[in-house]
Design a protein around this ligand. Structure first.
Ligand SMILES: [Zn+2]
Length: 275
């Protein structure tokens, strides 16, 4: 895996060349130039967010794959996009964000409310059943939020924030082992827990008790300290109550009135494409 400092070095070179026509950051002739911070933000995006997503943004969120194949019902995709905009840039009408240009980029900067989400500790739950391996846009949706959180590094007061992206199985193992990473996940400013799934039919009370003892202290800590958590469920959390499966800690985040619920059901791609 490429380290954060390697990514910084790489982006410092490309961005200094592109923005300031010099071969590296120290050669930048401009006083208080933003090239260094732009490179740093880009390095964090590539370091934290899963491959394939850092280069995408809210403008690309249209319920289709990059190849143009429809994977989401257009109305549901629009609903999800509205929720994402409300969480990150409250007040921008969804139709203003169909095209990426200087004007719409400025709009995003002006309307960003992500720091309020951090202050209040407002979480997000992205959920929906999935069939097979068809994409559903869930990781994409989470990446949009994480990108906006990281972009706040351009303001000095947010440049010490920390971010982690972990999948459910890795988090579970980390908590079982009690390793140092589990402390990082528990205390970071922004956390995405991806790929949360349980075999609902096989959940017995002993299993629930076990998961609860493992996860409750972790999620209760994040909840009580108002640290925003983006939970990505590959299952329907309206049909199956997460408290009954994963314990009260996760349940508390899902039930918090400040949590934004975003439904994205996958696996309908072929059906829609075939209509
Ligand atoms: Zn510069």
């Amino acid at each position: 895996m490429t380290s954060l400092s390697q990514l910084k070095e790489r982006f410092h070179k490309t961005i200094a060349k592109k923005m300031c026509s010099v071969k590296d950051m120290p050669n930048c002739p401009n006083d208080k130039c933003s090239c260094a911070i732009s490179a740093e933000i880009k390095a964090y995006w590539w370091f934290v967010i899963p491959k394939g997503y850092p280069q995408l943004s809210i403008f690309d969120f249209d319920g289709k794959t990059r190849a143009g194949k429809t994977i989401l019902d257009p109305i549901k995709a629009l609903d999800a996009k509205k929720k994402l905009i409300q969480y990150c840039w409250n007040g921008i009408p969804v139709d203003k964000l169909s095209e990426r240009n200087d004007k719409t980029e400025a709009l995003l900067r002006h309307f960003s409310v992500i720091n309020k989400r951090r202050e209040r500790g407002s979480s997000m739950v992205i959920y929906g059943s999935e069939e097979g391996s068809n994409p559903s846009g869930k990781t994409f949706a989470a990446s949009i939020v994480m990108k906006e959180a990281i972009a706040q590094r351009r303001k000095p007061e947010f440049c010490n924030q920390t971010y982690f992206w972990v999948d459910y199985q890795t988090l579970k193992k980390s908590l079982q082992d009690g390793d140092t990473a589990s402390v990082d996940y528990e205390t970071c400013d922004w956390l995405v827990v991806d790929d949360i799934i349980a075999d609902v039919g096989k959940i017995g009370s002993q299993k629930v008790q076990y998961l609860s003892s493992l996860f409750d202290p972790f999620f209760v800590y994040r909840y009580n300290n108002r640290l925003p958590t983006i939970l990505v469920f590959r299952m329907d959390v309206v049909k199956f109550d997460p408290s009954d499966i994963f314990g009260r800690g996760i349940g508390r985040i899902c039930e918090d009135q400040d949590t934004t619920m975003v439904e994205l059901s996958g696996g309908e791609g072929n059906k829609i494409a075939g209509q």
